[in-house]
Design a protein around this ligand. Structure first.
Ligand code: THU
Length: 132
């Protein structure tokens, strides 16, 4: 699978990051199984904890448009090396996209292809909620 366009979209989304406090820019591009791409960037609040990560914004945009099946997410950060998704994003991605392909993109646009389970082994999910 060629993730060239997904990587480009994540890199473009990173340019739209609103990160005046951390100065750490993140862009994400989420690929649906039907081939559509939803992007997100991190948006920071002056009340820091209200910040939304790029990955969850892309995912929530897609979910809010009725998307249910996902194949891959590219994550472009302003870090020199490869920067994995945060714990909160790992959990939410697992809940809605299971073990998708994760393409990490560094500031120099080097890429690394992984799966979500590489970052998030022994995941908790709704399979444990026996009463649900
Ligand atoms: N950030 C993301 O957007 N995604 C991640 O997976 C890691 C962290 C953002 C949140 C905050 O705006 C900045 O990066 C520094 O933590």
């Amino acid at each position: 699978m060629d993730y060239k366009n997904l990587i480009k979209q994540a890199t473009r989304a990173r340019e739209r990051a609103i990160a005046p406090y951390s100065h750490f820019a993140v862009g994400a591009a989420l690929l649906t199984s039907a081939g559509k791409i939803y992007t997100g960037c991190n948006i920071e609040s002056s009340s820091y904890s209200l910040t939304i990560c790029a990955e969850r914004l892309a995912l929530f945009k897609a979910l809010s448009e009725g998307e249910k099946n996902f194949d891959a997410i590219a994550i472009a950060t302003s870090a020199a090396g490869f920067c994995p998704p945060c714990g909160a994003c790992r959990q939410v991605l697992w809940d809605f996209a299971q073990d998708i392909t994760v393409v990490l993109v560094s500031a120099s646009e080097a890429t690394q292809i992984k799966r979500l389970s590489d970052f998030f082994p022994h995941a908790f999910d709704d399979g444990f909620l026996t009463h649900a």
